[in-house]
Design a protein around this ligand. Sequence first.
Ligand code: AMP
Length: 172
Amino acid sequence: MTLDLASKVRDVPDFPKEGILFKDVMPLIADPEYFAESIRQLAEWSRPREPDLVLGAEARGFIFGGALAYELGAGFVPARKPGKLPWETIEATYDLEYGTDSLQIHRDAIGAGARVIVLDDVLATGGTARAKCELVEQLGGNVVGVVFLIELTFLNGRERLDGYDVHSLIKY
Ligand code: AMP
């Protein structure tokens, strides 16, 4: 029997602000069977793309990304908010509803030609995933897939990721 992953995603209305229906994956990662199944499915799609690395951003991207990288026998690259990484960094900036935000990775995190899976828990507008792809490409890496646990299809995030190979496990 396949597990219904969506049954372990909790809807939290008006978080972090009014009008946002937040998809809370904490119940899913707290359940050993559902967490393992989500990683298994992410790996099943990612493995044929033969990644060397998985890139994920804090904080939920570390949880799924670390487990996925381990499952694939790949390395993991953390993308972080400015000022968090200890060594020399490169940066990509993306739009928020009000203003902009940035993500950084270490300058030597990705070698030229490295095959990289970009991961996040939720695809909403696609802005942050796009910024992660830009980080990979700034260092000469090759984005071989962009994978999400959850896709909010009504926000058309895939349009921002035009040209990339995009996959999600749960669609709303
Ligand atoms: P995006 O709009 O695709 O750039 O998404 C911004 C970030 O916020 C992503 O890392 C998502 O994981 C997170 N996010 C956006 N919308 C939601 C939501 N409704 N529930 C949970 N996380 C979200």
